[in-house]
Ligand binder design. Structure first.
Ligand SMILES: *Cc1c(COP(=O)(O)O)cnc(C)c1O
Length: 478
């Protein structure tokens, strides 16, 4: 803001010390000793600038300026601390959306964090074969685990399928299209030309990969014969894409997976599926149908499946390409792979996550644990919170509701839950939710029909206390 000096405020401006004077004061000597000259001087300049702006806009009178100057040391220290805070920080997810893309998708397991800590803080055998004493490949750390998980009996680690890992599923799709179809055509149903949040659009990725999109069928109906009729000498790939966050209902038809696989086999064209969420865990066990696993797709005859690490898999951000060893080997030797590969921290988190699947310890992954929570377990915690926080100014009740998987998985499937519905005297729902977001850690809630709704399914039980304390602070004390 431009500082306007008038005769009325020039008196006030004269009260302000120079930077030299400020830094010579005793309070500032200790700040400089703790934080160094640059941070202290920078913060002091910022605080003094703010006081100057407030004088110019008539917000401060003489006594206001005196108060601001007497608090100068504290204000500057607050400013320094603020400037040293992390921007990326934890929040409490009370939305009930388990794989919330804006909130970092899947939280990592304890074992994943521990494995990152141990291998990330030290040197590791990332690309070193310890037994042979020679250079190794980073893929080995997870490829064997994927083989065990994707084969039927869990122990057969024959080379039926192999897996490589890249930065995310978008990168996996790009790498696969570029490797298998650069300069040729890829046949896709018009009903699957989707955009997934964050600007991932199938036609755009196709263009970037150098492949040509050959659309077949209509938005609502695509038959196997549509694919068959489109095959020519230019065809390099049949592609199926999971529709993720939208569904087509009504008069619809989709080519059955097994028939498409048979067509691809017969015409000797690879068949790829962008599965998106990519569960390794059978969601039917928690009552969600229609979302197959990666293994289901491979066994149905899909040659390459791409999927995310931080959606239903419950691990770190990553993109997997699993499938026929000869196709995966071609992707591995594409120079794009070198640009899209992941670092040791991702391998560490992924390896720990996959080992939990091998041990069948699904509750080790927070996202899977949250999916498996029963409405009764969530209801008991919501009731306890309700009893603790209900008071004069606050109305809390528990009601039936629905949690969402998120991450584009089974978009119409919901998990029954119990919600804590909170209304607070003197506060609109938007004000209350904004005060919850201003808590430390921030609490992110849903607002529906003038009520703040908290779904404890996505709240770690040890965070229930923080929610009770925040509600008490906001609604009871003021
Ligand atoms: C989520 C999703 C993607 C993008 O995956 P990222 O891991 O976020 O890059 C691509 N395709 C489908 C079908 C998806 O659901």
């Amino acid at each position: 803001m431009a500082v306007v000096k008038t005769s009325a405020n020039s008196e006030l401006f004269r009260k302000l010390p120079s930077m030299d004077e400020v830094l010579r004061e005793a309070a500032f000597a200790s700040l400089t000793a703790n934080y160094g000259h640059e941070l202290t001087a920078g913060a002091a300049r910022k605080v003094l600038g703010r006081v100057r702006d407030e004088i110019a806009s008539g917000l401060l009178d003489a006594s206001g300026v005196d108060v601001a100057l007497s608090d100068l040391g504290e204000s500057v220290e607050r400013e320094i601390r603020k400037s040293l805070q992390y921007s990326l920080r934890r929040v409490i997810n009370a939305t009930g959306v388990i794989l919330h893309t804006n909130l970092g998708r899947a939280p990592l397991s304890e074992a994943a964090i521990e494995h990152i800590r141990e291998t990330g803080a030290s040197y590791s055998n990332l690309e070193f074969d310890v037994a042979e004493g020679e250079r190794g490949k980073r893929d080995v750390h997870v490829d064997g685990l994927f083989r065990r998980l994707l084969n039927d009996d869990g122990w057969d680690d024959s080379r039926e399928f192999s897996t490589i890992v890249v930065n995310n599923n978008a990168a996996a799709v790009l790498l696969a299209l570029n490797t298998l179809a650069d300069g040729g055509e890829v046949i896709v149903s018009r009903g699957e030309l989707v955009e997934i949040g964050g600007s991932f659009r199938i036609p755009d990725v196709m263009t970037k990969s150098g492949a040509l999109l050959r659309e077949v069928g209509t938005t609502n109906r695509t038959r196997v014969s549509d694919y068959a009729n489109a095959i020519s000498e230019r065809t390099r790939l049949l592609l199926r894409v999971h529709r993720s966050n939208f569904e087509i209902s009504g008069f619809t038809e989709e080519a059955p997976m097994a028939e498409l696989a048979a067509l691809a086999r017969e015409r000797k064209i690879p068949f790829m599926e962008d599965l998106g969420s990519g569960a390794l865990f059978d969601l039917r066990s928690i009552g969600i149908n229609g979302e197959g696993t990666v293994g289901d797709s491979l066994r149905a005859g899909v040659n390459v499946v791409t999927y995310s690490g931080d959606k239903l898999l419950g691990g770190p951000q990553a993109g997997m390409l699993s499938g026929a060893p000869e196709l995966i080997a071609r992707m591995r030797s594409n120079s794009l792979f070198r640009a899209l590969r992941v670092d040791k921290l991702t391998y560490a988190a992924l390896e720990a996550t996959l080992l939990a699947y091998v041990r069948r310890d699904h509750d080790a992954m927070p996202a899977l644990r949250m999916m498996r929570l029963s409405k009764e377990e969530i209801g008991a915690r919501a009731d306890a919170l309700q009893k603790r926080t209900a008071g004069q100014k606050i109305r809390c009740e528990t009601i039936d509701g629905e949690s969402l998987l998120g991450g584009g998985a089974a978009p119409s499937s919901v998990l029954p839950t119990r919600l804590l519905s909170v209304t607070c005297e003197d506060e609109t729902a938007d004000e209350l939710s904004s005060k919850l977001r201003a808590s430390e850690p921030p609490i992110i809630a849903r607002v529906e029909d003038g009520c703040v709704l908290l779904d404890l399914r996505t709240v770690f039980p040890e965070q229930d206390n923080a929610i009770a304390a925040a509600l008490a602070r906001i609604c009871i004390s003021g």
